[in-house]
Design a protein around this ligand. Structure first.
Ligand SMILES: [Fe+2]
Ligand SMILES: [Fe+2]
Length: 219
């Protein structure tokens, strides 16, 4: 069965077709946050591509689901890249990319598939929280950004469900799953904290965002 085209593909065209309608300082702030999201999407593409090729019976039964998530992540990355191309380059781009790359590399160093996917479930859940805030932020005044945040949030909710299912099918214990959630949430907050000014600049209260990420339990 052919998969329906993601509405994000059309949003990419809309974003590329005309300049972002935001104040200069909001554009700069957004430009300092998006590289972190791009790095996350790139890492997710690799993770789900690997998962779609994994030979275990559980992974084989989820092959199509993993491929469809990989396709989602490719579209997400394209959308953030399209938006980023419309914004001024941040001064600390190399440093931002390096910090994000380290974060995702550490996440990839899980001892087992079950633990790795537990962490992905928790991370995608936190990304959903970030999207929830982005959808209601000042930069969502440009409707294309609000629409993009909403669509990504909906996709991430599906990714959470699949990753969580896979983690438990691959044998993770409930207590370990919860521990990894705490670990992922605190490392994500540590990754985002140096960007608190930029987060504030796009109209999201960083303290409220971090609190919400911290409290969110992905069951
Ligand atoms: Fe994504
Ligand atoms: Fe995802």
């Amino acid at each position: 069965m052919q998969r329906k085209q993601s509405p994000i593909v059309d949003l990419c065209v809309q974003i590329a077709s005309r300049p972002i309608e935001l104040k200069e300082r909001q554009q700069s702030a957004l430009g300092s946050v998006i590289p972190l999201l791009i790095c996350g999407e790139q890492s997710a593409i690799t993770v789900f591509n690997d998962a779609s090729q994994h030979g275990s019976p559980v992974a084989r039964s989820l092959h199509h689901v993993f491929s469809s998530i990989e396709a989602d992540e490719i579209v997400h990355e394209a959308a953030w890249q399209t938006l980023f191309a419309q914004l001024p380059d941040p001064q600390n781009l190399r440093q931002l990319k390096r910090r994000a790359a380290l974060f995702f590399a550490r996440l990839g160093r899980s001892p087992s598939i079950a633990e790795h996917f537990a962490q992905i479930a928790h991370l995608d859940s936190a990304v959903g929280t970030i999207m929830w805030h982005l959808e209601r932020s000042d930069v969502a005044r440009d409707k294309r950004i609000a629409d993009l945040a909403r669509e990504v949030k909906q996709d991430e909710a599906r990714h959470v469900a699949v990753s969580r299912h896979y983690a438990f099918a691959a044998g993770i214990e409930r207590a370990r799953y919860a521990d990894l959630g705490e670990k992922v949430r605190s490392s994500l907050i540590a990754l985002l904290t140096p960007n608190a000014d930029a987060i504030e600049g796009i109209g999201i209260d960083p303290a409220a965002l971090f609190k919400r990420i911290d409290k969110k339990e992905c069951r």
